[in-house]
Design a protein around this ligand. Structure first.
Ligand SMILES: [Zn+2]
Length: 490
């Protein structure tokens, strides 16, 4: 067994969230009946002329700036020519040698510490039009294929990374971070089921041999419909490539070492060979004579940059620096979206303890949101309302466990913390009443006292249970502290 390094680069196609297509005014709404959102431009009728959708270009620009790309002042459109039934023009309008952006990067980190924080270089991000969709009838005895051209011409941003990723886990982290960024920017809904975000992965191995590093042939893996599928497919492919290399010795620069394409079969969890990959010369790119090039002035780029708002990486840093929560907690909160971050910030400003606020959000609030399938914007407990509850816990009016009951009551009835506590009969227990209760319990439990005196601190739990049964409003921490004090004095 030789050591090897996994070399991965990702191509991500993102559908931009515009109302109309890239070069015509047809709607981009998903789910319409087939072929109802088409016009002479997007189905390529002779004599029709494309006109660029400014909004699409702006969204692409926003994304390119957010992934730290350089934005050239001049960019143009090219025809990428190939024949396919879902491409009636027989060419796709794309960008070849002068893309709208290049040389960017995206930083990935792992709050669980599985890999080091790193910058993944981005080769380029360019704008192009999407193709239509082929629907293959797989019913037995039928061999029909139908074409839906509604998707034809939808704006697509292709983001190509350098082969900087070194593991399936890093690849998943890159995709997760990119998707989060796109969501914060509001440029795409990133819905993978609807094909708004599609991933192709390029992978090969650098095998450490006594004669030096040997690179295995590059494989492009397609048909990856979830981040989990990307991770699994890359794990499978790394293992497969190593086995093939051991068996055949074929490397990238030997005969038979050309790049190939494989598709991921999610049911069988394997990759399978597909057609040979075209070289870019096969596409015979040439500048589209129907479209004018786009000029982007540096002032425009500056304007876009200043309008980006606070992005996920910066937000995570701010939550950690301002509130002292750890990387993992900041990660969880930021991953839920900007609205939840705002909720957390308001809560913490009002309720003091940032760690407690973060725990309540991650456990109780997020669970309630998931169960109800709603966003924080529709959540019935405001940050102020929850702060009231957390302050009652902080001040020892109620303990955390009773707090959960209050939370559920607030959730169900929509009332304030004070009202909910009232309804549940929760009131502050007088300090002397707690002391008296503890005295009674200690006096009546010689066995427990002996156990605690013998060093078994856990025995105190039984007294806390009795105290709670006698008065559900007592704070268990108070009971523990007072009982231990009393026993010590005995
Ligand atoms: Zn159209």
């Amino acid at each position: 067994m030789h050591n090897y390094e996994i070399i991965i680069g990702l191509e991500v196609h993102v559908q931009l969230q515009t109302r109309s297509k890239l070069f015509c005014r047809c709607s981009t709404q998903f789910g319409a009946p087939p072929n109802t959102q088409t016009c002479p431009v997007c189905i390529g009728m002779p004599g029709s002329l494309p006109v660029m959708n400014r909004e699409a270009f702006q969204l692409a620009l926003k994304t390119a700036v957010a992934i730290n790309c350089e934005i050239p002042e001049f960019t143009k459109w090219d025809r990428k020519q190939y024949y396919y039934p879902d491409l009636p023009k027989a060419y796709q309008i794309s960008q070849f040698d002068l893309p709208m952006s290049e040389k960017g990067w995206l930083e990935i980190s792992d709050s669980k510490g599985q890999f080091e924080t790193k910058r993944v270089r981005i080769t380029r991000a360019h704008l192009e039009e999407d193709a239509g969709k082929s629907m293959h009838d797989e019913a037995v005895g039928k061999a029909d294929s139908r074409i839906d051209l509604n998707r034809t011409g939808t704006p697509l941003l292709e983001i190509v990374s350098e082969p900087d990723l070194r593991s399936p886990e890093e690849s998943r982290a890159y995709l997760t971070e990119l998707k989060l960024l796109l969501t914060y920017l509001g440029v795409s809904d990133c819905n993978m089921q609807e094909g708004s975000l599609r991933v192709d992965a390029n992978i090969n191995l650098h095998v450490d041999t006594p004669n030096g590093i040997v690179a295995t042939p590059i494989v492009e893996v397609k048909n990856l419909n979830s981040f989990r599928a990307v991770e699994r497919a890359l794990q499978f492919e790394a293992k497969r490539q190593y086995e093939v290399w051991e068996e055949t010795g074929i490397s990238k620069d030997k005969p038979g070492g050309h790049k190939s394409t494989r598709g991921w079969d999610d049911q069988s969890q394997v990759t399978r060979g597909q057609r040979q990959k075209e070289e870019s010369s096969d596409y015979r790119y040439f500048p589209d004579p129907d479209l004018v090039p786009v000029v982007v002035k540096p002032e425009e780029v500056d304007e876009v940059r200043s309008s980006l708002g606070e992005l996920p990486a910066a937000l995570r840093g701010r939550l950690q620096a301002t509130y002292g929560i750890d990387a993992y907690d900041a990660d969880v909160i930021v991953n839920q979206g900007r609205e939840l971050v705002d909720y957390y910030v308001s809560l913490t400003e009002l309720a003091g303890d940032p760690k407690r606020a973060s725990n309540w959000i991650q456990q109780d609030v997020m669970r309630a949101l998931n169960e109800r399938q709603i966003s924080i914007l529709d959540f019935s407990i405001s940050a102020g309302g929850l702060a009231e509850l957390l302050n009652a816990i902080e001040n020892g009016v109620i303990d955390n466990t009773r707090g959960k009951d209050v939370f559920m009551e607030m959730l169900d009835s929509g009332s304030s913390a004070a009202k909910a506590m009232n309804k549940l009969g929760i009131e502050r227990v007088d300090a002397s009443a707690v002391t008296n209760l503890c005295k009674e319990l200690v006096d009546g439990s010689p066995k427990i006292v002996a156990d605690v005196k013998a060093g078994n601190q856990k025995a105190i739990g039984a007294l806390i249970g009795q105290a709670k049964r006698s008065n559900p409003n007592v704070n268990p921490n108070d009971v523990r502290r007072i009982c231990l004090d009393l026993i010590e004095q005995m």
